[in-house]
Design a protein around this ligand. Structure first.
Ligand SMILES: [Ca+2]
Ligand SMILES: [Ca+2]
Ligand SMILES: [Ca+2]
Length: 113
């Protein structure tokens, strides 16, 4: 569960994870793993260890749905959805990082249009 303090500074129908299959660079192939198929108007996403448990989670913003959401990686390839903001109009970019250098992860989302 995500219980850390967050700083939310400003404002995908499908988010997929593509895993490199370990082939040489000239013949790279990826395997698609759908994280969600219900994130209408997905406009940006980022892989980042949001909850600090050493596996990569995913944060995304959806311009049509108006959501900023993150998906918690259970470490076995399954992701649990957590909505950060369900009323974020015209979201086009999102980024997770420790903006205020206090040791916890913050999420920055921006709007456009
Ligand atoms: Ca994680
Ligand atoms: Ca995890
Ligand atoms: Ca922080």
């Amino acid at each position: 569960m995500f219980t850390r303090k967050h700083t939310f500074i400003i404002g995908l129908s499908l988010i997929s994870l593509f895993l490199l299959s370990g082939q040489i660079l000239a013949d790279i192939e990826f395997t698609q793993h759908d994280i969600t198929t219900n994130f209408t108007g997905a406009s940006a996403c980022q892989a980042f260890d949001i909850d600090g448990d050493d596996d990569l989670d995913v944060v995304g913003v959806a311009i049509v749905l108006g959501d900023v959401t993150w998906w918690e990686n259970d470490g076995a390839g399954d992701f649990e959805e957590h909505t950060i903001d369900d009323n974020f109009t015209n979201g086009i970019c999102v980024h997770a990082t420790d903006v205020d250098i206090d040791g916890d992860v913050d999420v920055i989302a921006g709007t456009g249009g």
